[in-house]
Design a protein around this ligand. Structure first.
Ligand code: FMN
Length: 199
């Protein structure tokens, strides 16, 4: 089963995007190994090039990097903040992307990495702008963002005591998107330990 890394762009306790990841995990758990990146465990400061050699930052990055490098695919669920990705997600990606520039033992963990982009919003827009924004960000980093995405509008209206309940067309959209990610991930060879593979 391909290992997948799941990342929420929100660390809010009752985040709709974290709840969306839980909903997707229920389907994914039979088809892949799920590694959920807990936002509050990331432990990275606001990006600052002066901190690139800071021992505490390098320790946090050394712990984080293998989770990006050793997975066969990444699934991101990120809120739309003024049409953009959240500072939390952008900050994490900026830090992880810097390692290959700082230390030749590290490669770009996003190179050819299959990715699925998702967004849950309380508004009507279903996060269309942040999906576009993330396509640009991860495309720049060399990831292979799969064609379908998952956009959930008015997330609060779809929440029930038993979790999210979506209409048939949304469930079909979810199924197609997960299937595209799993298919791409099944063909991806993870990088392994730092320095073991040239990009
Ligand atoms: C700073 C800020 C900016 C926002 N901008 C947008 C936006 O551009 N589009 C949108 O659909 N919702 C926007 N929202 C509403 C979010 O979709 C909503 O707060 C959502 O619940 C955040 O995701 P979370 O529940 O996973 O934390 C914004 C919320 C905040 C706090």
């Amino acid at each position: 089963m391909p290992p997948l890394l799941l990342i929420s762009g929100s660390q809010r306790a009752e985040s709709w995007n974290a709840r969306l990841l839980d909903h997707l995990t229920f389907s994914l758990q039979w088809q892949c190994e799920v590694d959920l990146l807990e936002p509050k465990s990331i432990g990275l400061p606001l990006f600052d090039q002066d901190l690139e050699t800071d021992a505490a930052v390098r320790k946090a990055l050394d712990g984080l990097y293998p989770r990006f490098a050793n997975c066969s695919g990444i699934l991101v669920a990120c809120p739309e903040y003024n049409g953009q990705a959240t500072p939390l997600l952008k900050n994490t990606i900026d830090w992880v992307s810097r390692l290959a520039h700082l230390d030749t033992r590290f490669d770009n963990p996003f190179h050819n990495k299959p990715m699925l982009l998702c967004s849950a919003s309380t508004g009507w827009s279903s996060g269309a702008l942040v999906i576009q924004n993330l396509r640009s960000l991860f495309g720049y980093l060399g990831a292979l963002v799969v064609g379908p995405s998952i956009g959930i509008a008015r997330a609060a209206d779809r929440w029930t005591p038993d979790g999210f309940e979506f209409d048939d067309s949304t469930e079909l959209q979810i199924e197609a998107a997960l299937s595209a990610l799993l298919q791409a991930a099944s063909h991806y060879q993870p990088m392994g330990e730092p320095g073991s593979q040239q990009v």
